[in-house]
Design a protein around this ligand. Structure first.
Ligand SMILES: N=[N+]=NCCCCNC(=O)[C@@H]1[C@H]2[C@H](O)[C@@H](O)[C@H](O)[C@@H](CO)[C@@H]12
Length: 445
């Protein structure tokens, strides 16, 4: 048995738009994902977050389910449009009350709440004013963050400013496959910069708030980039991919500068960046959240796409998302972060897999593949701890099957199956297995 350190925080992660449903209930306003999913052609099957897992109404039973699973911690996100329907100014007390009750129920169940301030559901009213591409968003986000620190900061001690700024900037503003569906590199690079500025200003607001004695961090999706061959051109291509996918956020946050290779590569599209900006962005944080799913293998492809690279297929097994199952990439990433950007406390704020789960004749889900996936990734994380990495918790994505963005409900990541028509929750084999892991605080070799 490979035991984890005493007090290791085993949990699950979710996000507001992906599980809550009731997007316009009790004074909430439309988010950019409400608009995006209701725009035909954007989401597979025309799916929307209108119902999702109906968590907005079933939250009490879901907390009971978390307790049944033995979770030590639970990472959720707050829907900005519920608490500030116009994005700034007027507070919607019914929206705040939902999170107030949720936090109280979690504490009552002995579960540590981790609150993510932004998991992609920007108020549509702010998108109408330019959204993340408008530098004024820094003030809007800081106001929202300050309100939440004020209202929940006496009970929530762990805060994540942003979930995956890379996805917000690239998928939402360059590739256009996520809300708000923009395809504009110039805007996307500014969005990345504004997200980091907003993060930095929220950190300062946190330190000044009554929540300030808690911990604040940010969650990045990070993926090791491996060169397809040892050729100079493939290595240079991999360096560009690593700079864009990983260092675009890591370097300003922890080194106070953007990767030079990107500034060069993007030329006049690169935004104006001042030393004052960089000082805001690099304000010290208490932990780094890592969302790990897989790695990429990269080859030089002159003139192709944004970076002149292409991703090379590998032989390894894949999840239902088409992502290679590569647990050693988690070990490699954790050790790199510790050595190059740390040493600071780390949490795996998301790791998990989608597989084609089906109810069997007995109405159960025997998701052996997900058990194997998690087992191998837990062992990789445990190896990193042996090498001195200060890993303090692990949140499995996800507790429930949920709305998988542009893929709608076609992908199931949960350790609990959601039968959407009936909204019944059915704990999968992986959920029962995870409960044992948490109880033992360890996994078999
Ligand atoms: N090009 N390209 N892109 C692939 C980039 C992968 C990054 N996607 C994630 O990490 C998302 C993260 C998200 O927080 C959660 O809300 C999503 O449900 C999970 C599962 O998808 C993961």
């Amino acid at each position: 048995m490979r035991r984890f350190p005493e007090g290791f925080l085993w949990g699950c992660a979710t996000a507001s738009y992906q599980i809550e449903g009731s997007p316009l209930a009790d004074g909430a306003s439309p988010s950019i994902w409400h608009r995006f999913s209701h725009t035909p052609g954007n989401v597979q099957g025309g799916d929307t977050g209108d119902v999702a897992c109906d968590h907005y109404r079933r939250w009490r039973d879901d907390v009971a389910l978390m307790r049944e699973l033995g979770l030590k911690a639970y990472r959720f996100s707050i829907a900005w449009p519920r608490v500030l329907p116009d994005g700034t100014g007027r507070v919607n007390e019914a929206g705040v009350a939902f999170y107030d009750r949720l936090v109280d129920a979690l504490l009552e169940a002995g579960i540590v709440p981790f609150a993510t301030l932004y998991h992609w559901d920007l108020p549509g009213a702010l998108q109408d004013r330019g959204g993340w591409a408008n530098r004024d968003v820094v003030g809007w986000f800081t106001e929202y963050a300050g309100l939440m620190f004020e209202r929940l900061g006496d009970r929530v001690q762990h805060w994540i400013t942003l979930n995956e700024p890379w996805c917000v900037a690239h998928l939402g503003h360059v590739a256009g496959v996520h809300a708000p569906g923009m395809r504009d590199l110039w805007a996307g690079l500014r969005v990345a910069h504004h997200l980091l500025l907003a993060h930095g200003e929220a950190v300062a607001a946190f330190r000044a708030s009554r929540a300030g004695r808690g911990r604040i961090g940010i969650t990045l999706n990070l993926a090791p980039q491996h060169a397809a061959t040892s050729s100079q051109t493939d290595r240079a291509a991999t360096d560009r991919a690593d700079a864009y996918h990983n260092r675009l956020f890591l370097d300003p946050l922890f080194k106070g500068r953007y990767p030079a290779v990107l500034v060069q590569h993007f030329g006049e599209a690169w935004p104006e960046v001042t030393d004052e900006d960089l000082a805001i962005i690099r304000r010290p944080i208490d932990f780094l959240g890592i969302n790990y799913y897989s790695r990429s293998v990269v080859a030089d492809a002159p003139g192709e796409g944004l970076l002149g690279i292409r991703h090379v297929d590998t032989a390894g097994a894949r999840t239902a998302m088409g992502w290679e199952i590569y647990p050693q990439g988690l070990y490699e990433l954790l050790v790199r972060l510790h050595r190059e950007y740390g040493p600071l406390p780390l949490y795996i704020t998301e790791n998990g897999a989608a597989f084609d789960d089906r109810l069997d004749a007995s109405g159960q889900v025997d998701d052996a593949e997900r058990v194997d996936y998690l087992h191998r990734h837990f062992l990789a994380a445990r190896r990193a701890i042996d090498d001195g990495v200060r890993l303090e918790g692990y949140f499995v994505w996800s507790m429930l099957d949920n709305f998988e963005w542009a893929l709608g409900y076609s992908k199931r990541f949960g350790i609990v199956y959601v039968d959407y028509p009936s909204q019944r929750r059915i704990v999968k084999r992986s959920g029962r297995w995870y409960r044992q892991v948490i109880e033992a605080n360890g996994v078999p070799e």
